[in-house]
Every structure is written in C-alpha cells, then in structure tokens.
Design a binder for this molecule. Structure first.
Ligand code: NAG
Ligand code: NAG
Ligand code: NAG
Ligand code: NAG
Ligand code: NAG
Length: 368
C-alpha cells in the first residue's frame, strides 16, 4: 500500500466514524421525533458532516495533537497523584479478640487494644491514580538492585523497620535479628538483601545538621543512593527549642541537596529519589516527661512546621523532597495509635512505606 492510499483509507474511515457517531443517536431517538426536531437533527447532521469532512485531510496531524494532549494529561496525572499519595483514611476499632478481655491477663501493649486499618481516600481523583499496597514481591521488584539510605531520628528507624518487614517478611528469623541490631541505641545500621541485591543503610542523624553532613559526605564520595529518605526535628525541638534556628538548618540542608542534584544529572547517573519524613503530631498530655510537655508544646510544634514550609525544602513549595506526611498519618490515626504521644504504632510507618513506594512508582513512570 502506498502512503497516499493509506491516507485515503484513513480519511474514509474517519468520515465513516463521523457519520456513525452522528447517526446512532438519531436512530436511537428517531421514532419519537417531531417534525421540527427532525429538521434540527438534519441541520446538525449536515454541519457535523461538513466539519468532519473538512477535518479528515488533517488527520495525520490529529494524531500529533492526541500525543500532545495525552502527554500533558500524563504530566498532570503524575503531579496530581504525587499530591494525593498521602491522603490516607483510617478505621480504628476496638480489638474484637479482646472483647472477652480477662483483666488478669496483661495486655502486652496498649496498642493491641485497637485494630487499625488504612487505605487511600476514595474519590474519582484518587481512583484514577490507582494507588495500591505493594506486596513483598512487588516491593522487591521495585527496589531490586537499588541502594536505599534512610537517615534521621527514631522515626526514621521505625520507617526502616517497616520497610525491612515488608521486604524480608515480618515473622522471619532474619527479621528478628535485624530488629535487634537496628534498635541498638543511637547507632547506624546496614544490610545487604542478597536476594534482590538491595543495599539499605540507616544513618543515625538526630539533627538536621547531621542530615546536611550526610549529604556533604555523599558528594565528596561521589556515590549517590537511588532512594533517600530523611527527616529530623524532634531532637532539635527538645534540646534546642528554637524554630528560627531550625529554619536556618533546613535552609542549609536544602542548598546542599540542591547542589547535589545537578552533579548527579551531569554524571548521567539517575538522580536519587528524595523523600522527607515529616514530624508526627505530638499529643502533649501523653508525653512522658515534664520537660517534653513544656518544651514540645503545640505552639512550638506549629512554629517548627512553619519553618519547614518557609524553608521550601519540599516539592509542594518548589523544593526537591517529596513529603511522606507523617503529620497527617498520625493526626488521622489519632491518640489510639500511640502510647507516649510521640512514637506511633508501627502501622503508621507501614503506611508511610507504602506511600513512598507508590510515589516511586509514579516517579519512575516519569523517567520511562
Ligand atoms: C501484669 O503486669 C504487672 C506490671 O507489669 C505485673 O506486676 C503483674 O504480675 C502482671 N500480671 C500477670 C498476670 O502477668
Ligand atoms: C488483638 O489482641 C490480641 C490479644 O492481645 C493480639 O494478639 C492481636 O494482635 C490484637 N490485634 C491487633 C490488631 O492489635
Ligand atoms: C533482580 O534483577 C535481576 C537483574 O535484573 C534479575 O535477574 C532478578 O531476577 C531480579 N530479582 C528479583 C527478586 O526480582
Ligand atoms: C549531629 O550533630 C551534632 C551537632 O553538630 C553533633 O554534636 C553530633 O555528634 C552529630 N551526631 C551524629 C550522629 O553525627
Ligand atoms: C534562635 O536562633 C536564632 C538563629 O540561629 C538566633 O539568632 C537566636 O538568638 C536564637 N534565639 C534564642 C532565644 O536562643
């Protein structure tokens, strides 16, 4: 077939499609039409056919137009979905297996008292993003061969625990020893998951300045992880208790992150996927020391949260890091999901891990 006959066939097909599109509603409505309506339909049919016939010669460029529109739509889809990925709803219900609770038996943890289930919020927009809880094998595929660095305070440690729970399986013997090593106080931790060639480093970094130092370290070694999750704030709040100082530290961190990104681009390495692990809500009355209740007040918490916004570190304020919104996760799960008003049930960090994996899925489609 020559190009011209192909184009001819395309035009014929398009004209036929136009006729069908217009005729079908007419036939469907036809039996009940008044004379005026028939005249109206005929007019509409005539105009539509005329427009269709004039458009068909341009059909090859229509396909360009479709490509353009769909790429705009895909781009919009990605940024919309990244904005929605933290929208999680909780169902917190009393634990049914404790209904016949025998008070002489000690409950190992108050956290057992409630059953917590979560899922992404339901709406047309959320459904279009197709968020999903990744299974062990999905997560393994996604992280196969990658280097993951998680750095920060005890929250980052819980996040690491949840990620490894997913990859290794929570009940495995291996996970038992991981748990023991990971929770050595104030230490770093490193593991190579051979099955999927994934290297994971946890770096203890209670202050933002420690995060900045890690970034500088990566830059001097010229080796960059594929995924990096970082977050710090609570130690600063308790021990420095100065929001403008925190703001300053965040700005330093931002400039060190921003100066690292072009380096990775020029070295034609894929730039790392960067995440910020947000601060949890603090439930003041539940904090376990007088010092914490005084220094970690709602007022100072909000000042620290404003500092994060002002620093423009996060993607939503034009910065480089995608937020894992621990604030909204903990706020929505509520006081029944924490025993000390600061450290939350592991299910919070499981949800945060799934948020990260879904964000990675969205972002990695972007680079295809
Ligand atoms: C329950 O816990 C308390 C304090 O932790 C302990 O003194 C008590 O012996 C425990 N009771 C049982 C039945 O295990
Ligand atoms: C409910 O309580 C039982 C008994 O303490 C415990 O084994 C189980 O894990 C609890 N379920 C949840 C969802 O916490
Ligand atoms: C990881 O990737 C390697 C190389 O691409 C592949 O051979 C291997 O089967 C993958 N492993 C898993 C668990 O997906
Ligand atoms: C974090 O930074 C503080 C303040 O500079 C420093 O005293 C501390 O040793 C650092 N901790 C780690 C683990 O690097
Ligand atoms: C808080 O930090 C800022 C910036 O580092 C500093 O100028 C200010 O003096 C500090 N305020 C207090 C009360 O220490």
């Amino acid at each position: 077939m020559t190009l011209m006959t192909m184009l001819g066939a395309v035009q014929l097909g398009a004209a036929a499609a136009c006729v069908v599109v217009v005729l079908i509603p007419m036939v469907m409505a036809g039996w009940h039409l008044s004379r005026n309506r028939i005249l109206l339909y005929c007019g509409v049919l005539f105009i539509t056919l005329a427009v269709c016939l004039h458009l068909t010669p341009y059909f090859p460029s229509v396909s360009d137009f479709v490509t353009l529109v769909s790429s705009v739509v895909v781009f919009d889809h990605r940024s919309t979905c990244i904005n929605l990925v933290n929208d999680i709803a909780w169902k917190v219900k009393p634990n049914v297996s404790l209904q016949h609770f025998n008070p002489t038996h000690n409950v190992s943890s108050s956290l057992n008292l409630y059953e917590k289930r979560w899922d992404w919020s339901k709406s047309l927009k959320h459904d279009a993003c197709d968020f999903q809880k990744l299974s062990k094998s999905d997560a393994s595929d996604l992280l196969n061969g990658s280097w993951v660095v998680v750095t920060g305070d005890s929250q980052a440690r819980f996040f690491t625990l949840s990620l490894l729970n997913l990859i290794l399986g929570p009940q495995t013997k291996r996970m038992g020893s991981v748990r023991a090593d990971l929770f050595k106080r104030h230490s770093d931790y490193s593991i190579l998951v051979h099955e999927i060639g994934m290297k994971l480093d946890f770096v203890w970094a209670p202050y933002v300045v420690n995060l900045t130092n890690s970034m500088v370290g990566l830059k001097t070694k010229k080796s960059y992880p594929d995924v990096m999750v970082m977050g710090a704030g609570l130690w600063h709040m308790l021990h420095v208790n100065n929001a403008s100082n925190y703001d300053f530290a965040l700005r330093m961190l931002k400039s060190s992150v921003v100066s690292l990104l072009p380096l990775t681009a020029s070295a034609s390495i894929k730039s790392p996927h960067l995440f910020w692990l947000g601060m949890p809500m603090l439930i003041n009355g539940m904090l376990n020391t007088q010092e914490k209740r005084e220094k970690m007040s709602d007022r100072i918490w909000h000042a620290y949260d404003r500092a994060l916004g002002d620093s423009r570190l996060l993607r939503q304020t034009g910065g480089p890091l995608v937020l894992l919104d621990i604030q909204s996760l903990t706020w929505n799960c509520g006081p029944r999901c924490t025993s000390d008003g600061m450290h939350y049930d592991l299910v919070i960090y499981e949800a945060a891990v799934q948020v990260m994996l879904n964000a990675l899925l969205i972002e990695s489609h972007q680079s295809l």
